[in-house]
Design a protein around this ligand. Structure first.
Ligand code: SF4
Ligand code: ZN
Ligand code: ZN
Length: 313
């Protein structure tokens, strides 16, 4: 198999593009896909400060590295969830990768440790407040990322969601007709109301397999294990189903997700009155000052409940 572009020996075949690439041309292809995503979705410009949410996995570390390679100003935030046998490893990978990047780029890593703030890791915290671990995790991560982005004046927050993630999420939302989530499925979500950072997904044009190949070829040392809490999740099942379809008919995932975007369902502008309504409903949380529609935000409520439980035991 030879490279479609330069005819030297190919290292990867891409059936959905009917192409094969050598390492150099594959890197060029990946960078081009990211540059195209950034431009077509107007994610950010060369002077914007970007905060990348990193987990230690291949997607987020690859994203951080590519953004710096393309000349963008990108720092990263890692949230240490305190999951035994997993968080130590992922934290170490992130720290090491940050040191490596800092040798050739101007960049920094910000770390938030759940244990330090809450006095317990995510699993114990979820048990204390009787909520599923992943929904507790979601609340903490959303809160910490948004808070860091807004308080430290980043223009935009970037996550490593790839084509497989987005297609699987779309499949889940369509299967359950969760139409209220569809307008949040675009790769670029503007900061619709003050106090909430703009969120973008620059890897949405690349599949999980392509990102894994890029990470291996470019010696990005990532944590291979998934978070143990993800076991048995519906998202993994949807990904499996889509992979099966992709093998039979290359390009299915891209046609499904990009077809959805082309139809404008994700980007349909909400009416001005709706946005004004949202803005009017928001007020600073009386505990932390972050915008919320209630008196106290859901993060602070959660933390207060956890503290009350600790004191009562
Ligand atoms: S699987 Fe659950 S606990 Fe693990 S990182 Fe994802 S949301 Fe958090
Ligand atoms: Zn080539
Ligand atoms: Zn709060």
């Amino acid at each position: 198999m030879n490279c479609t572009k330069c005819k030297t020996k190919a290292v990867i075949g891409l059936p959905r593009h009917n192409a094969a690439f050598c390492k150099l041309c594959f890197n060029g292809f990946v960078h081009e896909q990211v540059a195209r995503a950034v431009k077509s979705e107007r994610m950010f410009g060369p002077n914007d400060r970007i905060l990348v949410a990193v987990s230690g996995g291949k997607d987020s570390l690859t994203l951080w590295s590519i953004l710096l390679t393309l000349g963008y100003r990108a720092d990263a935030l890692y949230v240490d969830l305190g999951i035994p046998n997993y968080s130590e490893k992922s934290h170490e990978k992130v720290e090491r990768f940050a040191d490596k990047l800092a040798q050739s780029h101007e960049t920094k890593l910000i770390v938030h440790t759940v244990q330090e703030q809450a006095g317990a890791g995510i699993r114990e915290l979820a048990m204390l407040i009787r909520r599923p671990t992943c929904s507790t995790c979601g609340t903490i991560k959303r809160y910490q990322f948004n808070r860091a982005a807004v308080e430290q004046h980043y223009d935009v927050m970037a996550t490593g969601h790839n084509l497989d993630d987005e297609a699987a999420r779309l499949l889940g939302n369509v299967l359950h007709w969760q139409t209220e989530y569809l307008d949040k499925q675009g790769p670029s979500l503007p900061a619709s109301v003050e106090g909430f950072a703009k969120k973008v997904k620059p890897l949405y044009r690349l599949s999980e397999r392509e990102i894994a190949a890029y990470a291996v070829l470019n010696r990005i040392d990532y944590i291979v294990e998934e978070c143990p809490m993800a076991k048995g999740s519906k998202m993994l099942l949807y990904k499996e189903v889509l992979n099966r379809l992709e093998t039979e008919s290359p390009g299915t995932k891209q046609r499904f997700y990009c077809g959805f975007l082309e139809r404008g369902i994700a980007t349909e502008p909400r009416t001005g009155t709706m946005q004004e309504h949202d803005q009017a409903m928001l007020q600073p949380c009386t505990t932390c000052g972050q915008p919320t529609s209630a008196e106290v935000c859901s993060y602070c409520k959660m933390m207060a409940r956890a503290k009350a439980k600790v004191h009562s035991t």
